[in-house]
Design a binder for this molecule. Sequence first.
Ligand code: 5AD
Ligand code: SF4
Length: 350
Amino acid sequence: MMGKGKNMKQDFLNALERAQQEKNMSIDEMMILLSAQEGEETGALFSLANKIRHKYVGEEVHLRGLLEISNYCTRNCLYCGLRLDNQPLVRYRMTEEEIIDTAYRAEHHGFKTIVLQSGEDPYYSTDMLEKMIAKIKKETDLVVTLSLGEKDREDYKRFREAGANRYLLKHEIMNPLIFKKLKPDSLWRERIQCIAWLRELGYEVGSGCMVGLPGQSLSDLAQDILFMKRMNVDMVGIGPFIPHAQTPLKDEKMGDLTLTLKAVAVSRIVLKDINMPATTAIETIHPEGRKRALEAGANVLMPNISPVENRKHYEIYPNKAALDLEEAKKLINALGRKVGQGHGNRMKRN
Ligand code: 5AD
Ligand code: SF4
């Protein structure tokens, strides 16, 4: 590593060298990597993340079928288009039958995992969800991932007992002051508690954050990554913040593509054997966003399997990029990688 890269700064080279030796990264070192200058430095950072991805999770890119079951939400996160106060948004909710039908179709198309995602919508009772999960588990070989927000421990427990395997609950931002401001009706402590419960209950747990939220510093971002390392999460989802016109953050700046890719790369370097999607949000801000994330440490794609008529209403942020199964496979092949054949569980190597 040393000797090469005459245009790279010494502190960057030192941090990169330690990353390459798979040393534990300090906050300062993560910040140095996150500050990589676009060009030679980012090139070296992404290439190291790609190597570590190859070493720990191989060439397979796992496909998860994303089903957005409802866009109702009782919360008012300042950044999100599904927030309760976004009155003009057309709301929809899928019925139990539609959800189960879609699961059958997803399996038929070759998906191994289905992700049931929604705003925080109390319409679906614990009983209903439990029944749906049990039915999908009984009649298909799908891994069931839930992404339904904050719940009581007892609810998580019942879903788990009904057969749910994984749960996605992004911490969104570690900085408690920004969290409080942007998620006014959520408590940081409670959200972290939810993540801890999910772990205890034996889920594979996914967390993640947004990049470029108003007020978020590089040190905050490093803390986000360190937090996920400490929680030993199994999956990490990272995307840029994208301002939505019908939210209070409409005039804020969008998250930066390069910084988002650097956060993806540093997450891979620090967390090693996790599963990490190239997120829709990255593709939304750049036409090659997904491809570039897959080359900077990501190893998962999440094609949308929601009924087409619903998709435009699941407007977390504007112009959300769509991905269908065929496109996903094409992208994987174009990169010389392989479509994941198994369930794509976390392969713990240490
Ligand atoms: N830009 C980018 N991502 C967003 N999310 C919500 N709003 C935005 C936005 N404006 C993400 C959050 C949340 C999920 C619903 O989508 O990370 O977990
Ligand atoms: Fe609801 Fe989640 Fe959007 Fe917050 S981020 S408003 S909880 S859907």
